[in-house]
Design a protein around this ligand. Structure first.
Ligand code: SF4
Length: 431
């Protein structure tokens, strides 16, 4: 049931304590515009979310009596980093002071407080529980990691996934691998042919912000990959194995190894889904992987407007056209093709972006949009890619509805679907 009252603005005292201001209504931000929040767009802050205080940033809201926009001076702004499977509709509402530090690579969603609860403008786009925090028994993860490392002392990939990903970064995909279920990660590539402004695995010294996780430093062998993938595809429920992870560069730079691994895997098992998360820069490599038995690809992009894409990805020796070609090639092989669409309220719902996305969907016949929150400092992003944060917008929720009405076969989600879901979906929405 929708709230009857918009929650109160919240602020932090800079010491980790959060307070609310009952006389001021929380606001949202879209691009550089401050907007009133419709209570229907609000959900209780999902479990597993985090709250951040934003240094050098003053919260902005609406005075409940006058309706005027106000900047609250007595504290720092607060944002929610909402749990996976939920898509943000508005950014945290604040004004940045000149010397404010760049924020690290997380998504900064608006948040307010009412009747003992935090609320955020967001929607759950994927019912899949694979990254819900109440699904993880970490003691069992630790026990299983130890057991598997003993069983595979020579396998560098299993050691990387255990010691680094599952136990150090608490990566949900790596922990699911050690729990023998759902989607397992297979990172392979230390290098990349793009230079994304917000790369989570590599940040140049001069960017002033840390990468969220470091890139693996070796290229696993076909044998090491097969030792991870085959038992998982054979035994895990709703099994998916995914090349292309946050702790690596671009997997297509080592496509020959991946091709050979897929061939070996498919000699041993026909089960589950073999997926690759990629910047799709090499259509010829995608063709070879599809021939080898690849089932699905997920292509990451901040925008379908080539100029905006290029300003963010800063590609080395590939073009947006190569990305389009890769997607069409994969569709030709009946691969399930998703875009990992970085949701940034104010740009994702730009009128021009929406029109281009309609053309993109028609031209490429993609299967799914994964509406994933963009992990980046909003002001830094707008400044670096040089766009008008004040341009006309349609609203993220509205864009999701308009596209679904026009392309009813298009699947929405947050995660790479397992075979069961793809089959069920194709039965009701033939592509
Ligand atoms: S494509 Fe991926 S690994 Fe490469 S720079 Fe971009 S985010 Fe980083």
């Amino acid at each position: 049931m929708a709230l009857k009252r918009v929650p109160n603005l919240v602020y932090s005292d800079g010491k980790g304590n959060i307070y609310d201001v009952p006389d001021i209504e929380m606001a949202g931000r879209t691009g550089t515009d401050f907007v009133r929040i419709n209570p229907e767009d609000l959900i209780v802050l999902p479990e597993g979310s985090q709250l951040f205080e934003l240094p050098g940033r003053k919260p902005v809201g609406f005075d409940r009596k006058t309706g005027e926009i106000v900047t609250f001076e007595e504290g720092w702004a607060v944002a929610a980093f909402i749990a996976p499977a939920h898509t943000q509709l508005f950014l945290s509402s604040y004004k940045k002071e000149n010397k404010a530090p760049i924020l690290p690579l997380f998504a900064y969603t608006a948040v307010g407080w009412l009747n003992g609860k935090f609320y955020v403008p967001a929607v759950r786009v994927d019912p899949d529980k694979r990254q819900d925090c109440d699904q993880f028994d970490h003691n069992l993860v630790i026990k299983n990691v130890k057991r598997k490392l003993k069983q595979h002392p020579q396998n560098r990939l299993i050691h990387h996934l255990g010691e680094n990903c599952a136990l150090r970064y608490l990566c949900p995909a790596a922990r699911n691998y050690f729990l023998g279920r759902w989607e397992a990660p297979i990172p392979t590539s230390p290098g990349c042919n793009a230079n994304c402004i917000g790369c989570i695995s590599y940040q140049p010294e001069e960017s002033g912000i840390p990468s969220t996780q470091n890139r693996l430093t070796f290229i696993p062998t076909v044998e090491e990959i097969v030792e991870v993938a085959v038992p998982h595809l054979e035994n895990a429920p709703r099994a998916v194995v995914s090349f292309g992870q946050g702790c690596e560069g671009e997997p297509l730079l080592v496509w020959e190894i991946i091709r050979d691994a897929i061939k070996e895997i498919r000699k041993k098992t026909k089960k589950g889904i073999i997926n690759i998360n990629t910047n799709a820069s090499k259509p010829e490599a995608i063709e070879e992987l599809c021939k080898a038995g690849l089932n699905s690809i997920r292509v990451s992009m901040n925008s379908v407007i080539p100029e905006i894409y290029n300003r963010y990805y800063r590609p080395n020796n590939y073009t947006f056209n190569d990305v389009l070609e890769s997607i069409k090639t994969a569709r030709k092989f009946n691969c399930w093709v998703s875009i990992n669409y970085f949701v940034f309220p104010g740009l994702t719902d730009w009128v021009e972006e929406y029109q281009m996305l309609r053309n993109f969907i028609r031209e490429t016949n993609i299967s799914m949009i994964q509406w994933r929150n963009f992990n980046i400092d909003p002001d830094w992003y707008i400044e670096l890619i040089g766009v008008d944060g004040g341009a006309e917008k349609l609203g993220v929720k509205n864009v999701m509805k308009l596209l679904k009405d026009e392309f009813p076969h298009l699947a929405y989600g947050y995660f790479n679907p397992p075979l069961e879901v793809i089959r069920k979906y194709l039965l009701t929405h033939p592509l």
